[in-house]
Design a protein around this ligand. Structure first.
Ligand code: GDP
Ligand code: MG
Length: 368
């Protein structure tokens, strides 16, 4: 299981990679600079340089292990919401309406930054919205084993009714076992047909509570700002039922929601913190990258020193751009963070190498 790249081995011996490659060639073992060498090969070539290779076991799981939280350490955390629905049914309009109606006085003036998520403080609660394109993000996250959404708001335009992407969204949410709150939108339109929309939803297994079912449906107009407060109220109610909790008093763990390479700032990622508290200066591993929180901002561009569960934060300090869905884990030891990241990228490279060679072989057979 232990492996080391030619480049890394050379570096550790203070040799040029080319020299190591030459030696390997003389030993009848042609290798490239990024190739992973197993322990025996590494030991053999190292002995040619009068080095001994020590076998150090490395168990990623061990490094990343955490203790189970005790019940008394858990405190309520805000729900994380994803809005989904058919194109043009009003997703953008709803998110805008929510943002506009809920600028709290203390934070007024802060201009909303696009970081892929934002939090809304209400009189009697606090809600976090994921702002990344609904379906794709949801599916991509799920494919990576990440659960980042507590509640789905399913948006259905009352003039259009249930459409194909509405059904897809229902299926996604059901498969992920995430509760759905329906928002029937565009009720201000003359051709809005709420009853028909409800019937169509019922056909999909979402029975409105007023019909004896268990799906909450709120009639809204994102454009005219009707029913928005009621919808948020229902979201808070549902969240209460879920009893969402996390332990804020430990090193943070979360998921990458969005990431990019910023021209001036380097790799930047929005992390949704799922447990623990992230602090400026924290050391972390994230996919094949590691880093230290150099700077951290909220969705209003305000610099933060710390952030707790359910908070989306923009983090600077990555060694490279992580992928959406990557897990973000704070470690206490910088060496360990680098080791985990290096180990992972090595494994990834090995996988890619085998994949490439397989593909080559197959295409070879194709040609015969
Ligand atoms: P998205 O594709 O789901 O993000 O939908 P948008 O928010 O871009 O809305 C699509 C169109 O529907 C836009 O022209 C909106 O102005 C309009 N729209 C959204 N909500 C409402 C509403 O409540 N009433 C009316 N009349 N139009 C709406
Ligand atoms: Mg949109």
């Amino acid at each position: 299981d232990e492996a080391i790249t030619v480049a890394n081995l050379a570096k550790q011996m203070g040799q040029k990679a080319g020299e190591v490659i030459k030696k390997l060639l003389l030993l009848g073992l042609p290798a490239s600079i990024n190739q992973a060498l197993d322990f025996d090969t590494a030991a053999l070539v190292a002995s040619e340089f009068d080095f001994e290779v020590e076998k150090v076991g490395f168990e990623e799981e061990e490094v990343l292990q955490t203790q189970q939280d005790r019940e008394e350490d858990l405190v309520p955390r805000p729900p994380v919401i994803t809005v989904m629905g058919h194109v043009d049914h009003g997703k953008t309009s709803l998110l805008d309406a929510i943002r506009k109606t809920n600028v709290i006085s203390g934070e007024a003036g802060g201009i909303t930054q696009h970081i892929g998520a934002y939090d809304v403080k209400l009189e009697n609660g606090h809600v976090v919205f994921l702002d990344t394109p609904g379906h794709e993000a949801f599916t991509a996250m799920r494919a990576r084993g990440a659960k980042v959404t507590d509640i789905v708001i399913l948006l259905v335009a009352a003039d259009d009714g249930v459409m194909q992407q509405t059904i897809e969204a229902i299926n996604h949410a059901k498969a992920a076992e995430v509760p759905i709150i329906v928002a029937i939108n565009k009720i201000d339109k003359p051709n809005a047909n709420v009853e028909k929309t409800k019937r169509q939803l019922a056909e999909q297994g979402l029975i409105p509570s007023e019909w004896g079912g268990d799906t909450t449906m709120v009639e809204i107009s994102a454009k005219k700002q009707i029913g928005i407060d009621e919808l948020l109220e229902m979201v808070l109610l549902q969240a209460e039922l879920l009893e969402l909790k996390a332990n804020p008093n430990k090193p943070a763990r979360g998921r990458v929601i969005e990431s990019k390479l910023d021209k001036g700032r380097g790799p930047v990622a929005t992390i949704l913190i799922q447990e623990g508290t992230l602090k400026a200066g924290d050391i972390y591993v994230c996919g094949v990258n590691s880093g230290r929180v150099r700077n951290m901002f909220n969705d209003r561009g305000k610099r933060l020193m710390s952030a707790g569960p359910s908070m989306p934060v923009e983090v600077l300090g990555f060694s490279g751009v992580p992928n959406a869905g990557d897990q973000f884990i704070v470690l206490t030891d910088e060496k360990q963070a680098k080791l985990v990241a290096e180990h992972r990228s090595l494994k990834l490279r090995e996988k890619e190498l085998t994949r490439t060679s397989k593909v080559t072989l197959e295409s070879l057979f194709d040609q015969i």
